[in-house]
Design a protein around this ligand. Structure first.
Ligand SMILES: [Zn+2]
Length: 174
């Protein structure tokens, strides 16, 4: 199936190439988008020269509300399947704008399970500083160099309380 793949420019700028690369090494060229990018216009223009079966957006948490609505248009009026993949919440436990509207309007939602070090379902993401301490304040979009760890709710709470318990310590007490 002919699929158009998209990735936010803040990710493609960071990795220095316009490619989606999976953890098992498969990669595909992609189209980079910023907040002003019009998915509906782009797909309609692309359709003039090729048949498109599917649009895939990775890191979809960074979509704007307006862009999610454009993706709904593509599904409803152009009859093209739209698949998105992204994080539900940021490092402070708040919904990303893109994820919020995808959760509200998607036809199907599938949770891809991630496991905390304790074995429970990891629904939260902790941002770590260079010393391995949890970061509790800051912009939703981070500076390059931050690391992220997936935690269950309980270990998220313990990692961010009192200004950030060392996650290294948490790993060591497992
Ligand atoms: Zn846990």
């Amino acid at each position: 199936m002919n699929t158009l793949c998209f990735l936010p420019s803040l990710i493609t700028d960071r990795i220095g190439s316009e490619k989606i690369i999976s953890r098992i090494g498969i990669e595909s060229p992609c189209i980079s988008f910023n907040n002003e990018f019009r998915f509906d216009h782009f797909v309609m223009e692309s359709q003039e020269s090729q048949s498109i079966s599917c649009a895939l957006i990775d890191e979809a948490q960074f979509l704007t509300k307006s862009q999610v609505w454009q993706l709904c248009y593509i599904a409803d009026y152009l009859n093209i399947s739209v698949l998105t993949y992204g994080l539900r919440t940021d490092f402070q436990g708040n919904l990303f704008e893109g994820s919020k509207h995808l959760l509200a309007w998607a036809d199907e939602i599938e949770e891809i399970k991630t496991v905390c070090f304790c074995g429970k379902n990891a629904t939260m993401v902790v941002r770590l500083d260079q010393d391995g301490n949890a970061v509790t304040n800051g912009e939703q979009l981070d500076q390059a160099g931050s690391r992220y760890v997936s935690f269950c709710r309980k270990h998220y709470r313990e990692s961010v309380q009192d200004g950030g318990l060392s996650t290294r310590a948490m790993f060591s007490v497992r």
